[in-house]
Design a binder for this molecule. Structure first.
Ligand code: ADP
Ligand code: MG
Length: 644
């Protein structure tokens, strides 16, 4: 991996220390004692040298040690654990020998794909991804058939362990991938439960981009004399990424985005980050209306739809994906040339995760951040954390865009002349010239006007011409308020949950006077707090604070995470309301739009209320609204603003 190696600084320590680690990067995978089958697969996928985390971890893992690995996104952690796991595998034994826990379905799939790739020359090898949202029947059948490696999300793995459909008696290696994400998403209890229900003599490897105290504690409790590997990659992970920001002023963000996309040099595909699911759909719609091949990617979409979106992005029938952090985590599509932070992330970690979607596989990537005036502090924090200045840019002027369009138009003409047989058209023009008595320049000018109707070469002062001609009409498209479309049954489920005492009222320190809306509250709690929207009950806004109904008995990490969430620049500082506390609500907030469908981070609440009929029992409903990804690609789209 050419990206991080130059700048990475490796630190390893072990207690007790056995073999001293070298800090010099290993020259080749051959030096790592990997079997020939793996070496040839690596040659095929085109890995030349091990990345620092791979060089540091593989020897420890091959030797059977436990391991605590800290390295940022994009440093090659998957191969760091997959290669030694494969090397130690007994292919004749069809019971799961390796279990990898990953925070999201996307990641589970990606890790499973990586295993498959590396095991290309290991005949009979079988890896099985297991995640929520996939049919239980299918999974049960697959599990019965047997697999050497299982990669899954914690909730679903736990389900199978409880049912007895997954037997881990033969487990030799357990990997926790992106442990800090699992913590953030509220899975840590599930993870610990799994750790307690797997053979004690297993090898355990824990990987995380950061090492919060809670993760250290888990490591301390469940890892045996782990070797510690820490890759300092704060600057290196983003080394291949050109980072820029635009200070939001004057025009709105959508206009800014379309202008920027239009003049970006090496644009191939982009992922645009927004904060809420509603925003993914809205922005994707509007980009589509402006002629971009765009689609939304969010947690409301079924797994199948999400995969479709990624596949279309890979295949080039989509150029822009508008996503939330949760939905985009771990996406690895090499053609993503741009990451646009349309809404600024909540923290630097999220920023690093986001921009890690570009500059993949050694390519150059560009990240552009939109910074509103009140967000300048966050910009500074990000610069400090990544130890890299982010360069300010100004919006391309009308002239710049017009120049670009003209250059592209000219290029099109030249290419058409070079590549196509134009004799038929030459005759047509000759006839027009002769019969109408016209000058060829006049004819060409008329044709140029016709050819650029959709994307004028001249942009008027009034702003007309920025977008495609079809845009205004499309954008006026009637949209029913989304709230109205909310599934009635869902509202009833939540009402019932509250009346049955599963939900209780919490107080949060942001209210009407701070300009907050119920939508923002739900968005923040669902996306940042990892609480599924279905379990967020009614919200009441007061002047200085608000109340929100959430599962009873929230505590520990989960509550801690919720406390730290900021909405309208204010920490929620959430706490449960005591019986009878709080005035009668003055305003019944509309039931806020449902968010999140991550896999059940709140299973623990369900468990705590044993006996009660759990409203979240039963099948997942199908989304009440068709997300954008479901639509066929737009008829009129050009490729990401490159070619007219
Ligand atoms: P992480 O889990 O640390 O975020 P990944 O394992 O997803 O990183 O790897 C990031 C990208 O780097 C993937 O596209 C992967 O194929 C590629 N990669 C990993 N190891 C190497 C290597 N040794 N050489 C080249 N590319 C690599
Ligand atoms: Mg990873």
């Amino acid at each position: 991996m050419d990206r991080p190696s130059a700048l990475c600084h490796t630190e390893t320590s072990s207690a007790p220390r056995t073999a001293p680690m070298t800090t010099a990067p290993t020259a080749s995978f051959r030096d790592l004692d990997l079997p020939a089958a793996l070496l040839s697969a690596l040659t095929e996928v085109g890995y030349e040298t091990p990345s620092p985390i791979q060089a540091a971890c593989i020897p420890h893992l091959l030797a059977g040690h436990d391991l605590l690995g800290e390295a940022q996104t994009g440093t090659g952690k998957t191969a760091a654990f997959a290669l030694p796991a494969l090397a130690r595998l007994d292919l004749n034994n069809n019971r799961p020998q390796v279990l990898v826990l990953a925070p999201t379905r996307e990641l589970a799939i990606q890790v499973a794909e990586a295993f498959q790739k590396y095991a290309h020359h290991m005949p009979g090898f079988h890896v099985l991804p297991i995640y929520g949202g996939q049919s239980m029947v299918v999974q049960l059948r697959q599990l019965k058939r047997g697999a050497h490696v299982v990669v899954g999300t914690p909730g679903r793995i736990m389900d199978h362990l409880e049912r007895g459909s997954l037997n881990l008696d033969g487990l030799r290696t357990l990997v926790l991938d992106e442990a800090d994400e699992m913590l953030r998403m509220g899975f840590i209890d599930d993870v610990e439960w799994i750790l307690e229900h797997t053979p004690a003599e297993r090898q355990t490897a824990l990987f995380s981009a950061t090492m919060p105290e809670a993760i250290r504690r888990v490591a301390h409790q469940h890892l045996r004399e782990p070797r510690e590997v820490k890759i300092r990659a704060a600057t290196s992970t983003v080394a291949a990424i050109r980072q820029r920001y635009w200070q939001v002023r004057g025009v709105d963000k959508l206009d800014a985005l379309t202008r920027i996309l239009e003049v970006e040099d090496d644009f191939d595909a982009a992922i645009v980050f927004v904060r809420t699911k509603t925003a993914t759909v809205e922005l994707a719609d509007r980009l589509e209306a402006r002629g971009h091949a765009a689609a939304a990617l969010n947690g409301d979409m079924t797994q199948g739809l999400r995969e479709q979106v990624i596949e279309r992005l890979k295949g080039g029938s989509l150029d822009i994906v508008v996503a939330t952090d949760v939905a985009a985590r771990g996406i690895d599509v090499p053609r993503i040339s741009h990451v646009i932070n349309y809404d600024i992330p909540y923290d630097t970690e999220a920023y690093v995760h986001r921009i890690g979607r570009t500059g993949r596989a050694g390519r150059q990537g560009t990240a552009i951040l939109f910074v509103a005036p009140r967000e300048t502090r966050m910009l500074k924090t990000i610069e400090r954390a990544t130890r890299q200045p982010i360069e300010a840019i100004s919006l391309p002027t009308r002239e710049a865009v017009a120049d670009r369009r003209e250059a592209q138009f000219r290029q099109q003409i030249i290419e058409t002349l070079e590549k196509e047989d134009l004799s038929f058209f030459a005759e047509v023009i000759a006839r027009i010239e002769e019969e109408e008595g016209l000058d060829p320049h006049q004819i060409a000018a008329a044709l140029a006007a016709l050819a650029t109707r959709e994307r004028p070469l001249r942009i008027e002062e009034s702003g007309r011409g920025w977008a495609l001609a079809t845009a205004p009409q499309d954008e006026r498209r009637e949209r029913a308020p989304r709230e109205n479309r909310e599934n009635r049954e869902e509202i009833l489920t939540r009402r019932r949950a509250f009346s049955e005492g599963l939900l209780t009222r919490y107080r949060i320190e942001v209210g009407r006077q701070h300009g907050v809306t119920p939508k923002e509250i739900v968005g923040a709690i669902a996306n940042e707090g990892g609480i599924e929207g279905r379990y967020i009950g009614q919200i009441h806004l007061f002047d200085e604070y608000s109340t929100v109904e959430l599962p009873k008995g929230l505590q520990g990490e989960m509550l801690g995470a919720l406390k730290r969430i900021r909405v309208r620049q204010r920490p929620l500082a959430i706490r449960a309301l005591a019986e009878g506390e709080g005035e009668a609500p003055r305003e019944r907030a509309r039931p806020a739009p449902r968010q999140y469908d991550g896999e059940r981070p709140q299973r623990k609440y369900a468990e705590r209320t044993e006996g009660a009929k759990r409203p979240w029992d039963g099948e997942r409903r199908s989304p009440s609204r068709k997300p954008a990804g479901d639509r066929p690609p737009p008829k009129t789209h050009r490729k990401g603003g490159q070619k007219p």
